[in-house]
Design a protein around this ligand. Sequence first.
Ligand SMILES: [Zn+2]
Length: 112
Amino acid sequence: MRVDDIHIDTKLRADLAVREMLAATFRLAADAPATVTSGCGQQVPLAMTSGNPGVVTCPSCRAFAQREHLRLADQVAEFGLMPGSAISAETAMTAAAKHRELAAKFAGPVGG
Ligand SMILES: [Zn+2]
């Protein structure tokens, strides 16, 4: 890992997405954290993280993100097939496909 590497946080920036949604809806939200736990197991400045596979340069974080997106793809696909699921199978498969697409991008070269 280089000192100027861009990482991904262990929650794949989901906390930030929730924070932004709350801020947009209610016009208030807690401050974003200054540091987050990265996929490579370190505390890093939030500003040095991204969920974009085109800019995450830390190899360990790219491998982490690939695994996590594949895991989430499997989970959402199973969720969509469950009886009484809140989302349709079609919606679940679309979400799973997006996670698999992101996983493939994290498996490839930076910016690829
Ligand atoms: Zn990292």
